[in-house]
Write a protein that binds this ligand. Structure first.
Ligand SMILES: [Zn+2]
Length: 149
């Protein structure tokens, strides 16, 4: 049995080896840091010459539920893989792209959790767009839960 933090590192490792392998350029190894003082789910810090760092708040994640938290980590990873730190596009476009990238790549249950969160009026901001705009971005990527026969 893996500890939760270890599981997340493995998840990101798997993601980077499968998704980034198809993309040009170097693969960005990512460091994940649990930070209970962070005032949001997660945040990415990218500095030239350093590995990207995703900080996440384990307390907010525990309250919100694992699936929603996983979506936010994939959103942050989207910023890294899409090289948002070095592209000169608007912040609103970066946030939109990260949402769509996460919707394409995150596990279906995480995308559904984020969709419900946005649809219920949460997660909107000036840079991210309204909560309903964010829900609309995710809608084309929603997959129904698996049914076991
Ligand atoms: Zn973002």
């Amino acid at each position: 049995m893996l500890a939760k933090g270890r599981w997340r590192v493995l998840m990101l490792g798997l993601l980077l080896s499968s998704t980034a392998a198809a993309m040009p350029g170097p693969r960005p190894p990512v460091i994940e840091v649990a930070d209970p003082t962070l005032d949001d789910f997660a945040q990415t810090l990218i500095e030239p010459g350093h590995r990207p760092v995703i900080r996440y708040n384990p307390l907010i994640c525990a309250r919100a539920g694992r699936a929603l938290c996983v979506f936010t980590l994939w959103h942050e990873l989207g910023h890294i893989v899409l090289r948002h730190a070095s592209r000169h596009i608007s912040l609103a476009r970066k946030e939109r792209e990260a949402d769509i990238w996460a919707a394409r790549h995150a596990p279906p249950a995480a995308v559904r959790a984020a969709y419900r969160f946005f649809l219920s009026g949460h997660g909107g901001s000036a840079s991210h767009g309204s909560s309903l705009q964010r829900a609309a971005r995710l809608r084309p990527f929603l997959l129904p839960p698996r049914r076991h026969i």
